[in-house]
Design a protein around this ligand. Sequence first.
Ligand code: GLC
Length: 392
Amino acid sequence: MVERHDPAALRRIAAGVMELHWRPDHGYTVPNSQTYPWLWLWDSCFHALIWDALDDERAVTELAAVFRRQSGSGFIPHMANFPPESATAEMWGAAGCSAITQPPMYGHALAVLAAHGRDVERFAEPALLGLRHLFDRRRAPCGLIRSYHPWETGADDSPRFDLGRRPPYSRPRWDSFHYKLVGALDVRDGEAIGSSAFDLCPAGFNALVAWNAREAAAALGDRDLLDDATALAETIDAVLWSEEEATWCDAWPDGTAASSVRVVDALLPALVTPERDRAGRALGLATDPAAFGLPFGPAQVHPAEETYEAEQYWRGPAWPSLTYLLWRAAHQRGLGIEAERLELMLRRGAAASGFAEYWNAASGVGLGAIPQSWACLAIVPDADRTAGASGE
Ligand code: GLC
């Protein structure tokens, strides 16, 4: 196992995984060449951060790919393939991309690349348009941002989205439900504008919209977007925070509570809450061994939940994308102990799992696609420190 004190070894492996998955003809990195041979929105934003940490100009090329299928309205599909293949056409009614979106992680990626002196000027307009699109066209009556498919959140099969579905969980059963939800979308001009079966304001998704908007607004000096991001963060707290359960719930568009199952992505409002105490409490739970904080990363579902399954897709394992985001939250908030724990979990998990898509949070056993590009996020905290130390 690669130990924490050996960042050079982790970096070498990460560089190999990224090189293996890089598609020079199309200018992006696939998450995994067998399981995920196309472009995914939030993955590619994470890849841009990883290329940046590797000090490689492909950081900029990868971010450009995210915007390539953006429509005139600002909408960015969650999945795109180059060249367009018939697989997506059958499913989405359009060749080359999907009709739903994913967390707009390009706000954060742009901010980090800009801070490291990369030329991101050309992303200013598409990023602002993409974020504006979410605020203007996805706003629910309660003020939160709505999602029309669990896949839009990135946390596909989370028990938060069971919403009365009969147990037991099985991947094939949930897959067929999710394909049905694609059929329930109201799609106009290649973009989902509603759904007759799934219309929800998830805590994690809303936190990532608010945070990415704040990151982009700060980097680009956009006052209006900053105000929108601040207002959304306040609404998340006002509508979703549950004091007794110490989590942010999900809500229906009218603001009534939908689910409060304890999942770690529902603690992502720690990135944006104006209440420092709540952020501290949430990140404390994410790292507490008696709560989510298992040795190889926060379990995505709290181990005491009835639905918890240690090795099941989005039902319990640790996900490097989420651990990275929680690390960022702790780091930005100056919560040093939590940040250090999360960084250690991420590095340990990536090393023990063989850079897997996700892993058993208790044992580190790799699960899903192996290797998966986003596991290379494990090198970002160390690179970030080095960039900071060199005064960038
Ligand atoms: C899975 C994950 C999703 C990710 C995709 C590609 O579908 O649930 O979040 O974007 O794989 O890695």
